[in-house]
Design a protein. Sequence first.
Lengths: 106, 121
Amino acid sequence: SYELTQPLSVSVALGQAAEITCGSNNIGSKNVHWYQQRPGQAPVLVMYNDDNRPSGIPERFSGSNSGNTATLTISGAQVGDEADYYCQLWDNDTGVFGGGTKLTVL
Amino acid sequence: EVQLVESGGGLVKPGGSLRLSCEVSGFTLISYNMNWIRQAPGRGLEWVSSIDSGSTYIYYTASLKGRVLTSRDNDKNSVFLQMNSLRAEDTAVYFCARERCSGGSCFFDHWGQGALVTVSS
């Protein structure tokens, strides 16, 4: 089965850039989506098809996907960006999520 | 405003059954595929099932195949997840999510708040 590897945690200083990675063999050939989940809340889509921001998502969120790694970048991280982040794609009609990354803003 | 509201969660004994419902509003259900995604306490997201708009194509995660059945009633704006032979490891919050497709791929653009299912004796 398809597996997506994310770091368990990422820390970033307030106002600095945070990169959250999602790795798998040749992931660059697939469309990757990203979700933000704050404690006790439902996930929210923050990036789709690698690098597309849904309406309402701040411009400081960006995405890329190439080779074996997809990346969600948060430029100028804010305290409100502290959350768990999950990457997701489809593998033969089956949804696959990464294990999630906890972002801490220091 | 798009809304998805899950119901039907609760405490069930191992081996028991439960039927979750997801009632939607603010959009035309028949125009969208729908999905169930779960999250065990303190764990990550796990995709459970998807159902296309006409209930023709229904897919399940391997670990639940044979124990769950996804259905929908477009006239009643509802999607359902029937879960049987429940185990302790099925304890989780179950989210329903709308699937939107664009640019050759699909993603979950709206989620419900989730329904907690606890399997315990």
